[in-house]
Design a protein around this ligand. Structure first.
Ligand code: IDC
Length: 490
């Protein structure tokens, strides 16, 4: 919105800043003394064939501002912003604008803030050399130091959604020693709005969710998990441990053991394991808060040394507002962090993990009031035959502002049953591929419902590989998941 400096009666002071401001305002009517403006920008990139990460440090050398818009143009027309963080990005031709968010809009005189984005390039990747802040060309100098420019800490309730990726991969990360997803990608971490691998590069994980372990334990065995890893070439197994409906609450130690065994079985095959605390009814996650603390304390202590574990702390909150979910997350995440400080944690969202859309809300409530924790992502779920363009639009809008993980989706209706909606499922997965959003499909089971990948009865036989045992949904998903990952390693 604000691209024009607001008029002010402030007297301009001497020195370089005042001189710059005078030069910048010399053409304005004499009766309207303008606010002192000025800025300095440092733009650094780390690039690879076809892609790059840019880190942009902005220093305000003028009067305090309450929100800002940074403008610049790419020197090469093939350069595009793909995923940004700490600002809202727009690109038109080669011209880019980055608008401040609530938490970093206020910049005092002399204050700095850092934003960043991942981009793509086709023929050349020169850095932009000219920047504007609220319309004023940034001619100020920044003094390079070993430490990056710092931002005044945001208010406690509004930290940045996540930290930007390192500009260079950690120098100590050796090349992969194997070819499985975990061997290549190692310990994951959230970088900007992406999930990044041990080389600091954005990746997408594609895999399957179990059905409820209390009902379909017979579907998870060496043969079925070999098929998932080798025939499907999946990266990820989501372990759906229902809490109610004859789940965890009926036998905490038994279900904890079953989850741990599946973590080991996924690890042995080089797959990531997403531990899903599958709350559903009741929808208020705080109903299960004590159980969640007990469960996550146990699994995070036991699996802390593993690189393949991701924690999903609540499946689909419903009937509660975002503040209730955020409060739950801020109590459960510290339990996990105390044991396993570097694991990625995924937080469910309002309206059955629809980012609020199914409740008539949207992702703004999260952007404006994010969970106070690092290295976290937010859940988005959809069922392709029920959830279409308005949900896709919200996911696209949220994807540049929040790290998202589709921990569950179906190719059918939200009931988990019905016909496969191939057109909608294809539109969804193309979108997730383009945004590099990881996903797990409901379900890797032989349940008698359209969302199940296997025909009924499959889990009582010994064959899981190939297509003869698959339903329409299973065939569709196997084709999507089997396409090569091409994980970056440098
Ligand atoms: C469904 C199962 C179904 C089961 C039901 C209730 O497919 O067999 O009877 O749960 O437990 C979700 C939930 C997921 C649902 C799924 C399909 O996370 O547990 O599974 N779904 O209804 N959210 C949206 C859809």
């Amino acid at each position: 919105m604000t691209s024009i400096p607001r008029p002010s009666r402030r007297l301009l002071v001497g020195g370089a800043v005042g001189a710059l401001a005078l030069a910048a305002t010399a053409l304005l009517p004499m009766t309207n003394a303008a606010a002192a403006t000025g800025c300095a920008v440092t733009y650094t990139t780390s690039s690879w064939q076809g892609g790059f990460t840019a880190t942009v440090a902005i220093k305000n050398l003028g009067d305090p501002v309450t929100n800002w818009t940074l403008g610049f143009s790419f020197p090469d027309s093939g350069q595009r912003v793909s995923q940004g963080w700490s600002a809202t990005y727009q690109q038109s031709g080669s011209a880019v604008t980055a608008r401040s968010l609530d938490y970093n809009g206020a910049l005092a005189t002399g204050a700095s803030t850092t934003i960043g984005f991942n981009g793509s390039w086709t023929t050349a990747n020169p850095n932009p050399t000219s920047f504007t802040l609220n319309g004023t060309t940034c001619t100020g100098q920044t003094t390079p130091t070993s430490a990056p420019p710092t931002t005044a800490p945001p208010p406690p309730s509004s930290p940045p959604p996540s930290t930007p990726p390192p500009t260079t991969p950690p120098p100590t990360t050796p090349p992969p020693t194997g070819t499985t997803p975990v061997a290549i990608n190692g310990q994951l971490r959230v970088c900007g709005v992406n999930l990044c691998n041990q080389y600091g590069r954005p990746i997408q994980l594609r895999g399957m969710s179990t059905h409820g372990l209390q009902w379909f334990a017979q579907c998870y065995n060496d043969a079925s998990l070999d098929a998932l890893a080798k025939d499907w070439q999946a990266d990820l197994l989501r372990i759906a441990m229902y809490v109610q409906e004859k789940g965890y609450e009926t036998d905490p130690s038994g279900f904890t053991n079953r989850v741990n065994t599946l973590v080991d079985q996924a690890e042995a095959r080089g797959m990531y394991a997403l531990i899903d605390f599958h709350t559903l009814t009741p929808g208020d996650p705080t109903y299960n808060l004590d159980r969640a603390k007990t469960f996550f304390n146990a699994v995070s202590a036991r699996n802390a040394a593993k690189k393949n574990v991701i924690y999903e702390i609540t499946n689909e909150p419903n009937g509660v507002g975002w503040s209730t979910i955020k409060n739950y997350a801020e109590q459960v995440i510290p339990v996990i962090r105390a044991n396993d400080p570097d694991a990625v944690v995924i937080v469910g969202t309002r309206g059955w993990s629809s980012l609020g859309v199914s409740d008539g809300s949207n992702s703004d409530e999260i952007v404006n009031n994010p969970v106070r924790a690092d290295n976290i992502m937010y859940t988005f779920h959809f069922y392709a035959a029920s959830h279409k363009d308005n949900y896709r639009n919200e996911l696209s809008r949220a994807a540049s502002r929040l790290p998202l993980f589709v921990t569950e989706f179906g190719t059918v209706t939200y009931t988990g049953d019905g016909a496969v909606d191939t057109a909608s499922s294809t539109a969804w997965l193309d979108l997730l591929d383009r945004l590099k959003i990881s996903y797990a499909n409901w379900t890797y089971s032989d349940a008698g419902e359209g969302s199940a990948a296997f025909k009924p009865g499959t889990c009582y036989g010994g064959t899981y590989a190939g297509t003869s045992v698959l339903t329409e949904s299973g065939t569709f998903m196997r084709n999507r998941i089997r396409t090569p990952d091409n994980f970056p390693t440098a």
